[in-house]
Write a protein that binds this ligand. Sequence first.
Ligand code: FES
Length: 78
Amino acid sequence: MYVCVCNAITERHIGQAVDEGMCSLRELREQLGVGAECGRCARHARECMHAALGGGSSLAPAAAAVGLCAAVPAMEAA
Ligand code: FES
């Protein structure tokens, strides 16, 4: 299912990005363009990213272990 229509980004693309180590909306925007146009996808993209981070991503536990993902909510709230 498309998450970001402006950039034709699907849930699968976001899952792959998480598997490659991305764990913030900022990284998704910089690498995939998610939210960079109209911005309507940001909330759903964040939900998909969090689901992928907690839903069996192979790198998410390692990233969380070194604190890479722990700061995401605080950074995104700013
Ligand atoms: S739907 Fe993602 S930037 Fe417009």
